[in-house]
Design a protein. Structure first.
Length: 136
């Protein structure tokens, strides 16, 4: 059985690219760049804004690509750019997962989850049953 490789104008470098498809992909690429920069400078507000923008841009792009796929083949250049953007999203997700795990470990060291190891209003949680008498 021969593999199917679509041929025709959509796979040529001069293929006409839908303006809506191109715009949605540019939005994804710009959102990724903005999120990457926000992560680099550790700007929490910008990270939140760019992450929300990326999510919106990705939703629009997926809708545009699904519509384009129903009406004909998607140009190879756009498929390649979408694939690259997908790889960047995966890399940023992995980077955030590693940073979150490191933060969780640091918090566990600073704030133990075992409540019995903390101090009470009386001092250490393990108090002597001898009362207030000090023996020398």
């Amino acid at each position: 059985m021969k593999p199917f490789f679509p041929s025709g104008p959509a796979n040529t470098p001069t293929a006409a690219i839908s303006p809506a498809l191109e715009a949605s992909l540019v939005d994804v690429e710009n959102s990724l760049a903005g999120l990457g920069e926000a992560l680099r400078v550790r700007d929490a507000v910008a990270i939140e804004q760019n992450a929300n923008g990326l999510q919106t841009a990705l939703t629009r792009a997926v809708d545009q690509f699904a519509l384009a796929a129903r009406t004909g083949p998607i140009p190879a250049s756009l498929r390649s750019r979408l694939s690259r953007a997908s790889g960047q999203v995966a890399a940023q997700r992995e980077s955030l997962a590693r940073a979150t795990a490191a933060l969780d470990r640091a918090i566990d060291v600073l704030i133990p989850s075992d409540a019995t190891s903390l101090y009470s209003v009386y001092g250490a949680t393990t108090r002597s049953v001898r009362g207030g008498v000090i023996q020398a």
